[in-house]
Design a protein around this ligand. Structure first.
Ligand SMILES: [Zn+2]
Length: 279
């Protein structure tokens, strides 16, 4: 393409899954340069424990994968570590935990993820709440986990990426972050549509959503949520999608939006310099 950085803000990689690191090569081939790699849900990697220490293997695997990806990228990759909010249901339904016990375990796992951020091995944290219907106790416990994530993000001065229900208004969540000293700009909603009040949206690469985001002057990021799961082919977008959509935006004259999504917002939100790391 040209020498513009192209960042996919939310992708999962798994060297042992179907496509493995070929997904990175596909991304690069179309002009992709930088990746934020989020650890797969722990149960996808065989961790079904109630001991927080057992989750370290999920984080170590992700950090190793990011190092491999960086070798293949013209820019680099960074890890984002945390707990998938769906874990709460697995702990309650599959392990017999109470909502409070499950939330406590998830907070301890976030504490471990925070250790990796603190020592510089990971860039940001991942938290959130279920995108599906849950009862009030599970909802309250999930919100407690997310608030704990905000506290850690404020202490470490790092971003917290969120998995939440579909919404274009997460003002309340932004307030919870703000109350704990975390600037809502540093809260990123993964799988966002083109419009969002509150956190920074990481927009899924649907054309109409991208066009909406591109027409606003607000900060936004672009993502695929690619997950290398052979059991669910096509469940999410492929690894080539962000570079393809950057091309599509370029053809429509959205040069400024490309700069916002791939240079300015990454710098303002994560403090990463996608241009300098492309040299
Ligand atoms: Zn994901």
């Amino acid at each position: 393409m040209d020498d513009t950085p192209v960042l996919d803000n939310h992708m999962h990689l798994d060297p042992d899954a179907a496509r493995g690191m070929d997904a990175v090569d596909d991304f690069v081939q179309l002009g992709g340069t930088h990746l934020l790699v989020v650890n797969k849900p722990s149960w996808h990697l065989g961790v079904e424990s109630t001991d927080p220490e057992d989750f370290r293997s999920v984080f170590e695997t992700t950090i190793d994968t990011v190092a491999d990806a960086t070798e293949r990228l013209p820019g680099r990759a960074w890890p984002i570590l945390g707990v998938h909010p769906g874990l709460i249901s697995r702990l309650i339904d599959g392990r017999g935990c109470s909502p409070e016990e499950a939330a406590d375990l998830m907070q301890r796992v976030l504490d471990i993820a925070a250790e990796y951020v603190e020592c510089g091995d990971a860039l940001a944290l991942k938290s959130g709440r279920p995108h599906y219907e849950v009862d009030d106790a599970v909802w309250a416990a999930s919100n407690d986990v997310m608030k704990h994530g905000f506290k850690l993000g404020a202490d470490l001065d790092c971003v917290v990426q969120l998995h939440t229900e579909a919404s274009e208004d997460l003002t309340e969540i932004a307030e919870w972050a703000d109350d704990r000293g975390l600037d809502p700009l540093h809260v990123v909603k993964h799988y966002a549509s083109g419009r969002l009040t509150g956190p920074t949206p990481s927009v899924m690469c649907k054309k109409d959503w991208l066009a909406t985001a591109a027409k606003s002057d607000d900060p936004f990021l672009m993502e695929t949520d690619y997950i290398d799961d052979p059991d669910r082919p096509g469940a999410v977008m492929g690894p080539k999608t962000v570079p393809r959509r950057v091309r599509w935006l370029r053809e429509r004259g959205y040069d400024e939006a490309i700069e916002i999504a791939h240079v300015e917002t990454p710098k303002r939100v994560y403090g990463i310099d996608t241009r300098r790391t492309l040299e």
